[in-house]
Write a protein of this length. Structure first.
Length: 256
């Protein structure tokens, strides 16, 4: 599994202050262990940009300072999909450098790792001249203020699903709707897909969102052949298998 990773897009190159980073973390999330500078031994032939290694509790994170922008082609689809941020293209065009935040150790508990990644990323966006946050695993871009505000709301049983998981909808030639997620796999969970439904888009989105949140909170507890729904009168059969859209992806397919 790929390590948890996020990017903060910057107006100009900067090396973030670890003191200010810790202050932001402590102010935003009471009870979070204090940030410490970590000592790490890397292979001498490893070619990395300038980086800072930090430790929060038992977890090590790297903050890599890149003096170049993220390639436009890496951000294009994310910008096109950012219906919630109409000015995404314009804002992202202003970045000239970026920070990469990565938690290099295997995520034994993906949810806990992504919570910490979100906290570090939000704090970095807060203390730097950031123009966007890029979440590569789900190809999402976020306005810094929105990312920070959503991250601050995290708490027991409250996760910023909209920061981690993309929800894509497509109208087919027969005017049916196909809606699918991308980003659930980062949590060792299947993506959720609904094909060719005639239900209303908002209705489908709400059901898929609730299923995604339920899986994130409880783990892979929905199995092939079972049913899901908001009530006893509303039950939809589930199939789990290769995605019809991308066969390499494991998907929970809801017959709606």
């Amino acid at each position: 599994m790929e390590p948890p990773l996020a990017m903060v897009l910057l107006r100009s190159p900067t090396k973030p202050s670890l003191e200010k980073l810790d202050e932001a973390l402590q102010a935003n999330w009471e009870g979070l262990p204090a940030l410490e500078e970590a000592l790490v031994a890397l292979p001498p032939d490893l070619d990395l940009p300038p980086f800072q290694a930090i430790r929060i509790g038992d977890t090590v994170a790297f903050i890599l300072s890149e003096d170049d922008p993220v390639p436009k082609e890496d951000l294009e689809l994310a910008c096109l999909s950012a219906w919630y941020w109409p000015d995404a293209h314009e804002a992202i065009d202003k970045h000239t450098a970026h920070l990469v935040v990565v938690l290099p150790e295997p995520p034994q508990d993906p949810l806990e790792r992504y919570i910490l990644l979100t906290q570090i990323t939000a704090a970095l966006a807060q203390i730097t001249d950031s123009v966007a946050v890029f979440w590569p695993r789900s190809l999402l871009v976020h306005k810094p203020e929105d990312f920070i505000n959503s991250a601050r709301q995290m708490g027991p049983g409250q996760f910023p699903l909209e920061l981690w998981v993309a929800f894509h909808g497509e109208i087919e030639e027969d005017q049916t709707l196909t809606l699918f997620t991308r980003g659930m796999a980062a949590f060792s969970l299947p993506e959720i897909e609904v094909y060719n439904t005639r239900q209303q888009p908002q209705f489908v989105y709400e059901r898929v969102y609730n299923i995604a949140y339920y899986l994130l909170e409880n783990g892979p507890v929905i199995h092939d052949g079972e049913t899901v729904g908001m009530s006893q009168d509303e039950q939809y059969k589930v199939r789990i298998g290769p995605s019809r859209l991308e066969p390499r992806i494991r998907a929970l397919q809801v017959e709606m």
